[in-house]
Ligand binder design. Structure first.
Ligand code: IPE
Ligand code: IPE
Ligand code: MG
Length: 250
């Protein structure tokens, strides 16, 4: 199904009370574990549990797209053991969860430079995406080895390859080449763990997103905090460059 999505800096998108697309940076796993004198990986394990809660709440609330940052292009800088534990967890989660996602009518997508992952992981990702490709209730995107700058450059390079000799590109031409071209831009961004930064997440797509930061560590984030974030979102006035008075006329 081909949908036309608006670019928030080119046209005024429609808004609705429930964010259509929520993008989350799941941060604070390490600190959660440290507070309990546990190894960092225990925090990541607990974090996977919260992903389940958040998916469930999104389905209940009618959110159509949920995008989770699982591993950034900069996370390779972590200690080798932590990186390989994270990869193991990713493999395990795919092995265990894809069937459940499928039976819940959830479509799985993974965005990022997947070429750096093991063959096994790449295959599991492909299989999971293929199996769930026709599902429609929720599109769950995992950003893995993802970086916003990589995304933009990757899109540019593919566009250039398709348009040899071209001298100029505009928004409308570029956006179909971005890795999340199948989704509208996020309405609500959430970062847990207290940091107030984007960390090279969806830097293009977040241009007009409402940004919500909470000190709650990701392994403590569940249905209630997500509902609070959505309630906060519902109080925002999304003007997209216009004035409040103009909004009242609509
Ligand atoms: C986020 O939690 C998970 C990943 C980056 C994979 P962190 O591991 O960054 O947790 P903190 O920030 O050290 O607490
Ligand atoms: C961002 O978290 C990436 C993920 C949650 C996967 P980090 O904890 O790695 O971010 P920085 O580097 O501290 O900003
Ligand atoms: Mg962190």
């Amino acid at each position: 199904m081909l949908r036309k999505f608006f670019s928030s800096t080119a046209e005024v998108p429609e808004t609705s009370a429930i964010p259509r697309h929520i993008a989350i940076i799941m941060d604070g796993n390490g600190r959660w574990a440290k507070k309990r004198m546990l190894p960092r990986v225990a925090g990541h394990q607990q974090g996977v549990e919260r992903v389940r809660d958040v998916i469930r709440t999104c389905m209940e609330q009618g959110v159509q797209y949920l995008t989770l940052f699982a591993f950034s292009s900069e996370n390779w800088r972590r200690p080798k053991e932590e990186v390989s534990k994270l990869m193991e967890l990713f493999v395990m989660a795919l092995e265990r969860e894809v069937d459940k996602l499928h039976s819940n009518d959830i479509r799985l997508k993974v965005v990022g430079d997947l070429s750096q992952f093991s063959d096994q992981l790449q295959q599991l990702i492909r299989e999971g995406e293929e199996k769930t490709a026709d599902n429609e209730k929720l599109v769950l995107t995992i950003a893995a080895n993802y970086g916003g700058r990589w995304d933009i450059l990757n899109a540019m390079n593919h566009w250039l390859a398709d348009h040899p000799g071209a001298k100029e590109i505009d928004e409308a031409a570029l956006t179909p080449y971005l890795s999340m071209a199948y989704a509208p831009e996020p309405d609500l961004f959430i970062r847990t763990g207290g940091e107030q930064r984007i960390s090279n997440y969806l830097i293009w797509q977040l241009a007009y997103t409402e940004l919500y930061f909470t000190d709650i560590l990701w392994p403590d984030f569940g249905a209630k905090p997500l509902e609070q974030a959505i309630a906060w979102y519902q109080k925002r006035e999304r003007r997209f460059g216009r004035t409040s008075e103009q909004l009242l006329q609509h």
